[in-house]
Design a protein around this ligand. Structure first.
Ligand SMILES: NC(=O)C[C@H](N)C(=O)O
Length: 337
């Protein structure tokens, strides 16, 4: 009977990368003071025995770091391992445990470059497993539930936090001290309750199998950096980033990606030198940057990031620059993804 049951269950691989979901604090009262990336994937899986009712689960430790330290090389390493597993006949779904600080970047990266319709679910937690009311167990249970469900196929990379199923493209961390931390400006795709998924909407942007980008063809990512817009800003950071080798600079602009008159000349100059200038917005609830609104992007040959926040714009710019150096192509890509 047990063998029969196992045969019916989906095969899900959990790729562990570290983060607070693998974190440990000194006491149960420590919800914010702890060390991330302490527990191995076997301990994570052993901590939620109910996973065995959802899927045949096995784990792999891909790295063990806090997600603020994730590098482009780490992204490539993870992306390539996900692609190998997705190609395997014995794998039905993939879960990635990840720190929440850059979870939105990794989820968007995978959404752009993984050529599979198998479910890929990225998950983290806001409290370490040692804390009272830790959220990691349920988030992981929900991730495996979503990853093992055929209905999750073809919906792009997903994120399960706080009972919600979010699009990896849209979601971002909006607060750092609550379990209700991950929000999308366009709302969640669905809910997961007691291991069952309830879907309400689908992503409209190109992703995974419909993407022109393929992790198997990407061997390195170009330097793309971010500079912040604020009152009394100077052009020092922009110039320094270009000097440091940035191929594109994401302007994390005020409001609709507006650019201070103190910075405009430097950005015009950098564009002439070949650096791509991409205007995004750092407003909290979700920016919305349109071409030639407030800044003459056509004249300056700049690109707009539309609704992508600066850190997601960095991800798309890096991936796009592996294929094109043309600003018009870049802009097309920013509209489509
Ligand atoms: N909640 C977390 O996971 C935060 C941690 N700094 C990380 O991103 O790894």
């Amino acid at each position: 009977k047990e063998v029969e049951n196992q045969q019916k269950l989906a095969n899900v691989v959990i790729l562990a990368t570290g983060g607070t979901i693998a974190g440990a604090g000194a006491s149960a009262a420590n919800s914010a003071t702890y060390q991330a990336a302490k527990l191995g994937v076997d301990k994570l899986i052993a901590g939620v025995p109910e996973l065995a009712n959802l899927a045949n689960v096995r784990g792999e430790q891909v790295m063990q770091i806090a997600s603020e330290s994730i590098s482009n090389d780490n992204l490539l390493q993870l992306g390539k391992r996900v692609a190998e597993l997705a190609d395997s006949k014995d794998v039905d779904g993939i879960v990635i445990t990840h720190g929440t600080d850059t979870l939105e970047e990794t989820a968007y990266f995978l959404n752009l470059v993984e050529k599979t319709d198998k479910p890929i679910v990225v998950v983290g937690s806001m409290r370490p497993g040692t804390a009272m009311s830790a959220d990691g167990m349920l988030n992981l249970y929900n991730a495996v539930a979503v990853a093992s469900n055929k209905e999750s196929r073809g919906k792009g990379v997903l994120v399960t936090m706080n009972d919600e199923i979010q699009s990896g493209r849209d979601v971002s961390k909006t607060v750092n001290i609550k379990t209700e931390a991950f929000k999308s400006p366009w709302g969640p795709l669905g809910m997961v309750v007691e291991g069952k998924s309830y879907w309400f909407r689908l992503p409209a942007k190109r992703h995974t199998v419909d993407s022109e980008f393929d992790i198997k063809k990407i061997s390195s990512l170009p330097a793309v950096d971010i500079a912040y817009g604020y009152g009394n800003v100077t052009d020092t950071a922009y110039k320094a980033l270009a000097q440091g080798g940035a191929k594109a600079i994401i302007h994390a602009g005020t409001g609709n990606g507006s650019v201070s008159s103190r910075v405009v000349p430097a950005l015009q100059e950098l564009r002439k030198e070949g650096v791509q200038i991409i205007r995004s917005s750092h407003v909290n609830a979700g920016g919305f940057v349109l071409r030639n609104a407030e800044q003459p992007d056509d004249k300056n040959d700049w690109v707009v990031a539309h609704d992508l926040n600066p850190q997601k714009a960095r991800i798309l710019a890096m991936v796009a620059l592996t294929k094109t150096q043309d600003s018009k192509e870049l802009q097309r890509i920013f509209w489509e993804y």
